[in-house]
Design a protein. Structure first.
Lengths: 752, 226, 87, 87
């Protein structure tokens, strides 16, 4: 029993001198003072709970938003963009009346603490964002970064993360169609668990998170609210308002994918019957976020009766209920005469649903507990008027030295034999090795629309059975490149994801991102962040692919050591008919292999420099986005006109990595000839951007060459699909069986 | 007139829409059935599809088995109604004792998703007549609890009576006894298997093979010719 | 209110890969002298009212028909005494 | 040889979707009067030699570091007496 009186609005006004534990809740002094100024009095405990979570870095983007603005300011003209940055997820027109929404988010820290549940709830959170737009989720992707592959803790973190992503996504019935797995010691204490989701809807079904229409009801539905993820509020509840010790509150949230699957089905059914005026998922900051965002995006105010929230733990204080991050909950705004039907649908799916409030024609968000008012705020000040920081940033002193340490000076292989050893070493290295042990723990087939999944260049989903309309998605990021030059690194991530989508025959349309960095309080990190955002915004402008949304994850560091700056970029593309998709695998012996693009001596940040020399230095490959665009156009035309039977983009590991992958997947070897003007080493290992290899049926060779020639894209014939070895003329020959053993054995040996 | 084939949706069913599509692709009419209804809407056959009914939280299929719809399915299956259980559906059929044995977690303790090679051992069931006995096919497999177990006597009986309908070839993906991928009841009307034929009915989609289509054409022919 | 515990274990003749995985890991963790490990499930049921013979019999039925699959699992039902040798 | 049992249950404040699913199914099966169900794991370890203090302490360590995930689970260790109220 609480002995101190409830901290009502009235009580707060009457006791201006009571100090609240704002510091423990993560607020700075000036932030607290700003709250007092906004309210014209001290906040109640419940108000402080709301402001503190909503003004956190995670929810308010206070360190990043001055930079993120560029995504809007530099956004290219695009007819495709239906809903842009600022909503739960962006929405893109893909034609034929269909719209697609997609977004990537991070769940890095929770996944380090409890890998399975952290990763699982990461999938759950991003999928709710997609449903909240009105879309049926159709696929997930999971870009991941772990510490060194052979570090004992990686053996704890990785299997748990993978099982968690699979456990949740598989149970939701969402095919996993892409992602990344990268190992680097810099992620040892900070694995990156990013999760992305795609959803599909008809244009008219787009829903937004806003509460309008006085008298409309606010319905909370899904899981009961428990004491999950409310660290700070417990302090608030106990030290200030209750002399009882805080009860144990779990730091880790456990996901319930079954509950979420029901949430998806009942939400979509409610959408289909047009019962929903506004909708918001409950993620970070729980009810604080959902109520303040719904109210502030709408036209009116809102009242909420907190006593009506169904609880899993009856001892929760109102502050804790407001901050709880219990999973698998959603909030809908429904017109009064549709409430019964909405509740009926929830009941059909065995989902608990409760009216907890109402939209008002005022402009205040008022929250009641035991009949007393404990929150009375302008919701905009909570949701949208959080602090903005112009954090100092500066190019770090070590950047010059790092860039001066040119990878071009590293000793190169001197003989065919040495080349061959290094090829084997490369394709077996953890970052370049097959990730099948991981991806076979994910369902690729569910929903029966998967056209391409791992290890293809991009995942591809059919969205219309009759026409064959489909969408493709690829996510990429290279922290090593970004460390050498964050501006270029971000553009290389964009270029690679763009290229991956185009390689499968889809036209890139839009971008989402997840920006993983160290502490924004370190000017060097802040510089990396600023550069990366600038690079990405400039790149998107040039490629004509707007950023539709994304996520920022800061403070990824252990002590003083930040992770490599790791902007992860997702590119979404569209293909008119999935029957035209281009796969990675070599299809037929005798087909001609062409290398598209220019190969230069570029080894800075390369896989070769890492695997053979454990080196990171110099400059990353140059970016030429016009070239990327041209390459994309050629790949798309060639797929549409049936001129190529397989294609693979070149990225980390260079040409030889791509050839080996296509060969192993197709079960067919290749004979390669080093083109004039290149040495074998550069030909095989360079990581110049803007390149792909394609396999051209002999009957199409002339037509294909003409097209490349006419458009000015260098296309070099480098060999032929043939036999059961990968052979580089005059240098070496490697049997596919040896390559397979090297490529596919590594990850199971480390993790199984 | 074509055959009407029911597909039951339990809470947590995932492949209900895909199964309906497969039935359509085969030329039959899919009928959606709801777990809370006892009424089977006079369908000619029923498919229990894949997924994680009730999250598979107790044991795969254990809670779904007690759904109202299952009371009717159990009664009618005993009276000869053709029933196919795919993955979670197979698990439900064993929990309901329409098929012998039980399903446990994969021996390697991971979810596994792959294109799986099988041999059709029994081409005489209601769902397999469009295959040849001994035919080798590839069907996508994806499960967490795919390990078929039964006591020695049951296994011997299944083998002796030719009731092992499908066997894994080249690779046993889950530790199933006798490499069993699917079985049939003695009458041949109730069949359960772990791999997912509904994911192998269209070229281009999934693995690009259509080795799963004969399940649906087999039953269609049987029903239409009946 | 009382607590009834239902323990469900795989029948001894059925392979228990989870238990085996634990056992295989033991030497790596420096544990010797454990000759077998089996992993099963434990259900804790909070029963309203007294747990008399009749209640126990009903829970036994519940375990037999639902909590355990007796084709592959064995089970035991017992009323839990006060807190056990705590963690 | 003796048997040591390690029971691992989710901490009380942690959501237990499995137990919940079971509990919600009970009314449908005609069972009333069970107000809560939690589902956990039970490990049976067959120990060679006597189970003395030292052995129990080691098993306690094993449970803490390996059998239970103490971020979300609690556990108890006990020596199992003779066969219990059998099935
Ligand atoms: N790195 C970024 N790039 C572009 N947009 C971003 C980025 N980070 C956040 N945003 C956008 O800011 C808005 C708020 O983000 P977030 O808080 O993650 O959304 P939500 O409230 O749905 O969790 C979203 O529209 C999101 O897409
Ligand atoms: Mg959101």
């Amino acid at each position: 029993m609480s002995k101190t009186p409830l901290d009502t609005v009235e009580h707060a006004a009457a006791t201006p001198d009571v100090e609240l534990p704002w510091a423990e809740l993560g607020l700075k002094k000036d932030e607290y003072e700003r709250v007092v100024e906004i309210l014209g009095r001290r906040p109640t405990g419940a108000e402080l709970a709301m402001y503190s979570v909503m003004w956190s870095e995670h929810c308010s983007y206070k360190s990043s938003k001055v930079h993120l603005r560029q995504f809007g300011e530099k956004a290219p003209e695009s007819d495709a963009l239906l809903v842009g940055i600022g909503e739960n997820a962006g929405v893109v027109d893909v034609g034929q009346g269909y719209a697609v929404t997609f977004k990537v988010e991070s769940h890095n820290h929770p996944s380090y603490v409890e890998p399975y549940q952290g990763a699982a709830t990461g999938v759950g959170g991003i999928v709710r964002d997609i449903i909240a737009m009105g879309a049926r989720p159709v696929a997930v992707v999971d870009p991941l970064r772990f510490g060194a592959a052979d570090h004992p803790d990686t053996k704890r973190v990785l299997p748990g993360v993978v099982a968690g992503i699979g456990g949740y996504g598989n149970c939701l019935g969402l095919p996993n169609i892409g992602g990344e797995v990268v190992f680097d010691a810099c992620y040892q204490g900070n694995p990156l668990v990013n999760a992305g989701a795609i959803g599909v809807m008809r244009h008219e079904d787009i829903h937004l998170a806003k509460a309008s229409g006085a008298g409309n009801k606010v319905i909370l539905y899904g899981a009961r609210t428990g004491g999950d993820g409310i660290g700070g509020a417990s302090i608030l509840a106990s030290e200030t308002f209750d002399d009882a010790k805080p009860s144990k509150r779990p730091a880790v949230q456990v996901g319930d994918p079954f509950q979420e699957k029901l949430l998806i089905e009942c939400t979509l059914e409610a959408f289909a019957e047009k019962l929903v005026v506004g909708i918001q998922d409950l993620g970070a900051a729980g009810l604080s976020c959902a109520t303040s965002e719904l109210a502030s995006n709408g036209s009116g105010g809102m009242t909420v009766v907190l006593d009506d929230v169904p609880l899993r733990d009856s001892t929760l204080s109102p502050e804790e209920i407001l901050m709880s991050e219990s999973q698998e909950r959603m909030c809908a705004v429904v017109e009064p005469d549709k409430v019964d039907r909405f509740l009926e649908i929830c009941d059909k799916w065995d989902v608990i649903a409760t009216v907890i409030g109402e939209v008002t024609d005022g402009d205040r968000l008022e929250i009641f507990w035991h009949g007393e008012k404990i929150v009375d705020v302008d919701p905009r000040t909570v949701a949208h008027e959080g602090p903005t920081y112009e954090r100092p940033y500066a190019r770090p002193a070590w950047q010059d030295e790092l860039q001066a340490d040119d990878a071009g000076k590293l000793p190169r292989p001197q003989s065919g034999e040495e080349l061959k050893d290094q090829v084997l070493k490369l394709v077996a290295s953890p970052n370049q090795a097959s990730k099948q042990w991981i991806t076979q723990q994910y369902d690729h087939f569910v929903q029966g629309n998967t056209v391409l999944a791992q290890p293809e260049d991009s995942g591809m989903i059919r969205i219309d059975e009759a026409s064959g309309l489909g969408v493709a998605i690829a996510t990429d990021g290279n922290g090593r490149y970004a460390k050498l030059d964050p501006y270029t690194g971000a553009q290389l991530a964009l270029a690679e994801a763009y290229r991956n989508v185009a390689t499968t025959g889809a036209k890139p349309l839009a971008v989402s991102d997840c920006l993983n960095f160290g502490s924004p309080e370190d000017p060097a990190v802040m510089w990396q962040f600023a550069e990366a955002v600038r690079g990405l915004a400039d790149g998107c402008q040039q490629l004509g692919t707007p950023v539709t949304g994304g996520n920022v994850s800061l403070y990824n560091q252990t002590g003083e050591a930040a992770i490599h700056p790791t902007p992860v970029v997702a590119v979404l593309g569209v293909i008119d008919d999935v029957a035209r998709r281009t796969p990675v695998a070599f299809q037929e012996e005798g087909q001609l292999l062409y290398l598209l693009g220019d190969t230069r001596e570029e080894f800075g940040g390369s896989a070769w420099s890492q695997v053979v020399h454990d080196h990171l230095g110099g400059l990353p490959p140059k970016v030429d986005l016009e070239r990327e665009r041209l390459l994309g156009e050629i790949l798309i035309s060639a797929s549409r006109d049936g001129m190529i039977d397989s294609a693979h983009d070149l990225s980390d590991g260079g040409l030889i990595q791509a050839v080996v992958e296509s060969a192993l997947l197709g079960g067919k070897g290749a004979r390669l000839v080093v083109p004039d003007g290149l040495d074998a080493f550069t030909f095989l290992f360079s990581e110049s951007a803007g390149r792909a290899i394609v396999a051209v049926p002999r009957s199409e060779e002339v037509r294909f060459n003409d097209m490349c020639g006419a458009r000015g894209l260098p296309a070099t014939r480098i060999g032929v699909v043939d036999g059961d070895t990968v052979q580089v003329q005059g240098e070496f020959s490697l049997p596919l069986t040896d390559l397979r053993e090297a490529h596919e054995g590594t990850i199971p040996a480390l993790l199984a | 007139m074509t055959a009407r084939i029911g597909v039951v949706t339990f809470p947590g069913s995932l492949d209900d829409r895909d199964t309906q599509r497969a039935i359509r692709v085969a030329g039959a009419e899919p009928v959606a059935l709801w777990h809370k209804d006892k009424d089977l809407k006079q369908v000619d056959a029923v498919v229990l599809c894949g997924g994680f009914s009730y999250g598979d939280y107790l044991r795969a299929g254990a809670i779904a088995r007690f759904s109202p719809v299952m009371d009717t399915v159990i009664d009618q299956a005993k009276a000869g109604l053709p029933v196919l259980g795919i993955c979670n559906g197979f698990q439900i059929l064993t929990e309901a004792h329409l098929l012998p044995g039980g399903m446990l977690g994969n021996d390697h303790l991971h979810f596994i998703c792959r294109d799986q090679k099988l041999r059709v051992e029994n081409a005489d069931t209601a769902w397999t007549t469009d295959y040849e006995a001994g035919q080798e096919i590839h069907i996508p497999l994806k499960n967490m609890d795919g390990r078929y177990v039964a006591d020695r006597r049951t296994l011997d009986e299944l083998e002796a009576e030719g009731r092992v309908a499908f066997r894994y070839l080249d690779f046993n993906p889950n530790g199933s006894l006798n490499d069993i991928a699917g079985i049939t009841n003695a009458a041949g009307n109730v069949v359960g298997l772990m791999p997912h034929p509904e994911h192998a009915v269209e070229s281009l989609i999934g693995t690009g093979r259509t080795d799963g289509l004969p399940f649906f054409t087999s039953i269609l022919k049987k029903l239409v010719n009946a | 209110m009382a607590r009834v515990v239902v323990d469900v274990m795989l029948k001894p003749e059925i392979l228990d890969p989870q238990g085996q995985a634990v056992q295989r890991a033991l030497p790596r963790l420096g544990f010797e002298g454990i000759s077998d490990v089996r992993q099963g499930k434990r259900f804790e049921l909070e029963v309203d009212g007294p747990v008399d013979e009749a209640a126990l019999a009903r829970i036994h039925d519940l375990a037999e028909s639902f909590l355990a699959n007796t084709v592959i699992e064995d089970f035991t039902v017992r009323v839990e005494e006060v807190a056990e040798a705590a963690k």
